[in-house]
Design a protein around this ligand. Sequence first.
Ligand code: WT7
Length: 664
Amino acid sequence: MAEDDRSTTTDQGATIEDFLAEERTFPPPKSIVSGALVTDRSLYDEADADFEAFWADRARELTWFEPFESVLEWDLPFARWFADGRLNVSYNCLDRHVEAGLGDRVAYHFEGEPGDSRTITYAELLEEVSRCANALRSLGVERGDRVAIYMPMVPELPVAMLACARIGAAHSVVFGGFSADALRDRIEDAEAKVLITADGGWRRGQPVALKANADAALSNGARSIEHVVVVRRLGDAAPDTSMAEGRDLWWHEIVPSQPVHCPPEAMGAEDLLYLLYTSGTTAKPKGIMHTTGGYLTQVAFTHRYVFDLHPETDVYWCAADIGWVTGHSYIVYGPLANAATSVMYEGTPDHPGRDRWWSIIERYKVTILYCAPTAIRTFMKWGTEHLEAHDLSSLRVLGSVGEPINPEAWVWYWQHVGGERCPVVDTWWQTETGAIMISPLPGLTTLKPGSATFPLPGVAAEVVDDAGTRVERGGGYLTLSRPWPAMLRGIYGDPARYRETYWSRFPGRYFAGDGAKVDQDGYLWLLGRVDDVMNVSGHRVSTTEVESALVDHPTVAEAAVVGATDATTGQAVIAFVTLKAGVEVDEEHGEALRRHVASKIGPIARPRTIIFTEDLPKTRSGKIMRRLLRDVAEGRDLGDTTTLADQSVVEELRTRATSQPAEE
Ligand code: WT7
């Protein structure tokens, strides 16, 4: 009997509840099926027959300045899609819609955290992007250059990205929550010429300065930066924003005065569109490379079909931050390529009240909501009264992304947010895949809460065992066995690391780092990461990076970091720390270390729990026993520990882990 067949269990407790949650199925609601873009399997059949022809047909839905002849050149692991074609991403996201008469359609309903709002049509967005593109050119940015962007969630952020795409410069967006050091490292790796930032942004009612961080990043490195363009977002609320003479320029002083036309560059389909840095198992973040034609093809296709987008009537809201790949693909490029109307929100869900999201949905009559399980679990904790005060009846499709969504949260989302009438599409993908790979289609797929269901048309996802043999039913490693148009083209400046990281574990297969299982109906269930990468609030945080940040503190001798299950954030960062001799262990010191990590990497990497220990458990060869630490952190039974150098460490770790309560 397979492990996922729970029907034999006699347990009357949690197992049964689990069983019920897992086995409940949700066929597509009639209200969605009538009028849905996809209600039969023809797209899957088409893609199964010839996946290259399938993607080529999707690519032809874009506007090409020069059509492609070549569809796929596959020199494993290096792919080139539509390589001899020429196009421009900003042209496809803006000009062609305006030329088609859609200039007055709203591209973004922007809402700032303090309550300010802006409505931006496609025609207005095209003008602003063209002006910004001309401003970048006036600063010497040329086709092939890199531009770093470090901004809050304001409309100037997508404008800056599209302006880069227009003139053929690659952008590297660095999430506004990252520290000055993280910004500096990313600028240096990309050798960016210009940095676009803001005086700051709003978060939970407080102004958060960004320019000061940018200055810190530039004060000890990042020498490639010639100019800094600064958006005035906080204005008088900003702590004195200093502007370096000759280097720094205010956005409002150089952008609005530019000519309103800027001819788009005809880019090769394989030209670099952007870099986005993501954590891996080593301390150095990887610059994931995404190119032009294939990327836009797959983000446009998936955005349209996964959310059953009807751009004339839908109001779409992806509540991620543009600083992550979700925002790149599903706030900026996918929705704009599809001429969608989106909501963009700057701040936190609890400002000024815990009903902020629901008031936004009610006000803009949002029809499609895309967010992360960590947000859903937070709302569950806050209680349903905040939703009940608002009319959410405009919603028709709900999406989830970033980590496995537990069935309990899925059902809550379906019931309380979706009013039991909206399909919940659980979408699996990664920074590296560029676009959604595994997901239901709202008008077709029967849903199981907690399952991302099936690979999308044109995608080959397979679960394999340790030996790389395909698993038809049961657990294993999730792999991708064919190239796909939006796939990463490599790690910036490091092709060997690209090959080693993604293509060496299973020959001929991309290994994504995730465990998964296939159930008796062929549904895929994601089981979390199998490598040393944590998933905190839907974001990847490398254990090694946090360890490096801790050891960087003058009092720390050694550190080992693991992820432990956390009811709200999915996983929490747990750090085991050995201090240098003579340093006093106290709560204040733990707080100092937490602050240190936040300042080195960003608040997302801040350890929830720090466990001070005299020694770390090691194998005879000196390797830290991470499995054991994970078990300690999870409060589970420790099992066999005989390879330990010092048995007493285990006992000590166990006591400390249970005696120290989790902190916020
Ligand atoms: C990792 C990728 C994809 C954009 C946001 C995160 C986890 C993502 C799901 C899902 C289970 C998921 C995986 C993946 N993940 N979506 N629907 N179900 N796990 O992008 O930072 O590159 O992280 O997020 O572990 O490998 P990312």
